[in-house]
Design a protein around this ligand. Structure first.
Ligand SMILES: [Zn+2]
Length: 128
């Protein structure tokens, strides 16, 4: 079975490595993919840990986990990336995340901003 994020790797060879040690996210896209997989797995601790401290909202963790469990995740499509490579300090990832909610297919289309904090890729929020 391929990873939840839709890569050709297994979960163990892909997002699980990042879930176990966030330093394994070498690019903003890898971190973004690991966050999608964490939504599929309703891994609230990882969703908080991969969020930049400036924009992290620990009080929302429970609501995020409950929501992530309440929908059925379908797939992730990474559409475009800017910078976000190993030697960059910021970057964006534009993606579509598909899921079933209340019997309907829904899609989150987002251009996300990522920056490094303490040399680790972190999710900052919507790119504005
Ligand atoms: Zn993955």
């Amino acid at each position: 079975m391929s990873c939840y994020c839709g890569s050709l790797e297994t979960y163990e060879a892909c997002c699980e490595k990042v879930h176990k040690n966030i330093a394994n996210a070498k690019t903003a896209e890898q971190l973004m993919r690991s966050r999608y997989s964490a939504f599929v797995l309703a891994n609230g601790d990882y969703l908080m840990a991969s969020h930049h401290s400036k924009t992290r909202k620990p009080k929302e963790k429970k609501a995020i986990v409950n929501w992530a469990k309440s929908v059925q995740w379908i797939k992730l499509e990474v559409k475009e990336t800017t910078k976000g490579l190993e030697n960059d300090h910021e970057g964006t990832v534009t993606f579509n995340a598909y899921f079933f909610e209340h019997g309907k297919v829904e899609v989150i289309h987002e251009k996300s901003a990522f920056v490094k904090e303490n040399n680790l890729w972190m999710y900052l929020g919507l790119n504005k």
